[in-house]
Design a protein around this ligand. Sequence first.
Ligand code: HEM
Length: 146
Amino acid sequence: MYDSVLGLHSYWAYATLGLLLIATLNAFGGLSSKRVFTPKDRQISMIALIFSHIQLLLGFVLYFVSPYFETAKQAGMGAVMKDSTLRLYLVEHPLINIIAIALITIGWSKHKKTEDNQAKFKKIGYMYAIALVLLLSRIPWSAWFN
Ligand code: HEM
């Protein structure tokens, strides 16, 4: 169970980050060319939203089946906070990524509340870009590429 969820979370991350990058670049492209927000723009942003929500769900499952969680249960939160690896996996990575996905969701729902094309691109572009920076800041890079 642990190995399959870890594998899925690990591979889904490529798709999620890639789609978020595409949706962000697409929104800034629309903003700079001042074009109309089309159903295709909506689709690109929505696919990135859906992939990030699935990644969030996989993350929640992984959290509770991961050996890091077992270690935390035994060692306690004080020990987790003192150890940079445990702190990354059990506190920083989940917390920052939940915030990032909340920002993606806010950007998505705010774009729906405006009729203005440029405002739509702005809400998606800025929120997705901030989320992407937050996600990239808390990826366990060395474990991922190992
Ligand atoms: C879009 C959001 C997220 C991305 C892109 C992401 C990406 C990753 C990546 C690339 C890894 C390393 C996988 C590997 O070692 O092969 C990882 C590990 C992990 N992630 Fe996430 N993650 C996200 C959200 C979350 C969330 C929300 C949680 C928890 C609620 C979470 C929990 C974990 C845990 C516990 C591990 C370590 C598992 C282990 O090695 O035992 N992730 N994540």
